[in-house]
Design a protein around this ligand. Sequence first.
Ligand SMILES: Nc1ncnc2c1ncn2[C@@H]1O[C@H](COP(=O)(O)OP(=O)(O)OP(=O)(O)O)[C@@H](O)[C@H]1O
Length: 306
Amino acid sequence: MSDSQATHETESTGIETSTSSTTTAGETDERIDDSWLEYEFEGEPKLSVQNLDVYYGDEHALKDVSMDIPEQSVTALIGPSGCGKSTFLRSLNRMNDRIKSARVEGTVELDGRDIYQDGTNLVELRKRVGMVFQSPNPFPKSIKDNVSYGPRKHGDINTGLLASLLGKDESDKEAELVERSLTQAALWDEVSDRLDDNALGLSGGQQQRLCIARALATDPEVLLMDEPASALDPIATSKIEDLIEELAEEYTVVVVTHNMQQAARISDQTAVFLTGGELVEYDDTEKIFESPESQRVEDYITGKFG
Ligand SMILES: Nc1ncnc2c1ncn2[C@@H]1O[C@H](COP(=O)(O)OP(=O)(O)OP(=O)(O)O)[C@@H](O)[C@H]1O
């Protein structure tokens, strides 16, 4: 034990834990206490991650991560660059499957069913667990087509004879879907008179809300967002933040952010990953930002490293 080590008692458990001071890089011999990861909430988890390890070739990018994510809330994932936040996010809808060198071990349950079990329909999974990326990436198509692209591709907009027999033609259904999704993404009022214009003519912030509308159009239950506002100016960022909070009334939102003030503003619970791919602490956002258990988390949050 070094002189700089401190002992403290956790409020919630009364368990004594040892912590040590950190270096500027946040390296330390502090051991993760399991009680720092026990986040309790009412109801069943929407997503339950157990003993998740992810490797890229020989690199062990995520180490034995377990956490339950409650539904209809915002969960923020924070931590320094390279600690595995995006890797974790991509594990929740098996986007890591698309990376050749990636290998995943452990389980991720969506409503109690392991998404990694044989026979999982990946198209169906990614419809239920949608994703929005860091840089807005609309298709070079009209605003309308960007929104209806997914449901069309999956055959979810009824077409032809069957639809007209049911009383609605294809274009009515499509118009309804486009309006609903753009309204949910807080973009409808800005684009309703130019739905046939090319999406690439929109501002960055509008393009990002269009990408959110596109993700919502497939009727997901979970929305994964990887730094959705990092490429945007402060006004566009604030619109996305407001939108995320609104979406959480209906959807389960998991968001990676580098911006700690943003995590504090918009999330209900926060998971802190630190260098080496370890989840160090997971709790109510207020608790994480006001009185974290881990010395390393406190150092990270107060800007001492990272
Ligand atoms: N496609 C990939 N192929 C190989 N290694 C990867 C790949 N993606 C990520 N890694 C490695 O896995 C580790 C975790 O990366 P990841 O992108 O998940 O971290 P992050 O916390 O999201 O970082 P950042 O905040 O910089 O986006 C890093 O060491 C990274 O180099």
